[in-house]
Design a protein around this ligand. Sequence first.
Ligand SMILES: Nc1nc2c(ncn2[C@@H]2O[C@H](COP(=O)(O)OP(=O)(O)OP(=O)(O)O)[C@@H](O)[C@H]2O)c(=O)[nH]1
Ligand SMILES: [Mg+2]
Length: 463
Amino acid sequence: MVIREGDTIAAVATAPGECGIGIVRISGPEAIGIADRVFRSVSGRTLKELPGRRMNYGYIFSPDDGEKIDEVLVVAMKAPHTYTREDIVEVHCHGGNVAVRKILETVLSMGARLAQPGEFTKRAFLNGRIDLSQAEAVMDIISSKSEMGLKTAVSQLEGGLSKQLDGIKDKLLYIMSRIEASIDFPEHDIEEVTRDDLIQETRSAIHMVERLLSTSSTGKIVREGLSTAIIGKPNVGKSSLLNALLRENRAIVTEIPGTTRDVIEEYVNLRGVPLKLVDTAGIRQTDDLVESIGVEKTREYLESADLVLLMLDAGRPLSEEDRIIIDIIEGKRVIVLINKTDLEIRLEIDEIKKRFQERPVIYMSLAQGTGLDVLEDTIYKMVFSDEIRTGDAVMVTRVRHVDCLKRAKKSLSDAAAAMLNKLPVDLVSIDIKAALEALGEITGDNITEEIIDRIFHDFCIGK
Ligand SMILES: Nc1nc2c(ncn2[C@@H]2O[C@H](COP(=O)(O)OP(=O)(O)OP(=O)(O)O)[C@@H](O)[C@H]2O)c(=O)[nH]1
Ligand SMILES: [Mg+2]
């Protein structure tokens, strides 16, 4: 274990605004010394003298004029068994902006440096307490949008993904050792039996990488949410659907066509799946400037949507507007919703069914509250394959990981092909090494400073 000697950093770890408590966090070799210069415990003892990992009651004083700044609880944690593996002090003061900011300023004036976003977690990684995928999981826990997202991130933090990668890496190291042993043979080639065995091993490694990759589309949705656009002509009930899924009256609903003029975006938790739900302005030709901008925006959202909920009105025949919309959404992942089934049916349902043969068509009446459960069920099943639904919590959630896995798979396929074609062993070993490196990038075994900086740049301050 190598602890890197860094400077001492400090930041506010709690969110701004009026609240019960605020926490200023300090980490580094001078953390306890700096805290002792501004903290007076009621017992009169310093943090250096007091036992660690206990809350100590007292006050923070201004070093300039000796004025009390706030009544606090302070905990000191000695390296190496801490979040960063350095000495850490946390000052728990009253919430709100002033006390917290004043204490941070005081700590900085004593020689600490303001931490960069994610710098505490970066130190935990650089000091070897967690690997890079676990560091990323910390951020995913903080920004998780559903229970499913939280569960996946916690499993990743516990090393779930790292363990699966270790299994693949072990296999590759075994293959490497066998190849290196055969290099010693005079003919400089792999023996027939060994070759068959190594091809088997490589294929099994490819299979393991593929299994991880197969979780990535669900993984991305679990982390970022499924971007879902409700599309339809004016007055079909789009905003009514948003409200029903949100279980609150978020969007204005009226009988006047063209009620929604802007795009409304809300997160909905659908059985653990986070939906980034977008209610749009009904698409139609219009002379109204505001509405036409809304319609333009709708088209833009449509472009980036993962899923389109196409809403049609059961009580009206298909109109020109419906047909234009049906053309626009060609090629997208679509669920067709036939709303207002409580009215007399005038929609050409057979034509719709024929047009959307492969796609789910769901009947609903938002006025009567029917069809919502079928919709929820259909979306859930779309997102989660059977395998993922029945457990197996390890999921690949980040584009960065997907990229590394794809590179590993490519190198392994090249290695297998080289062995089959009886190419020189050195070539095989180059490919296996490349695969090992690509997998190592996920956990940060061999990674450049630049990539590390880019990853931690997205973190929040104080974490
Ligand atoms: N009969 C009946 N009326 C409904 C149903 N769903 C919604 N409505 C009514 O249809 C009207 C339009 O609903 P909205 O949800 O505002 O429709 P919209 O698609 O958002 O309309 P725009 O924002 O104008 O594009 C309202 O008067 C709703 O009460 C339904 O299932 N049956
Ligand atoms: Mg609307």
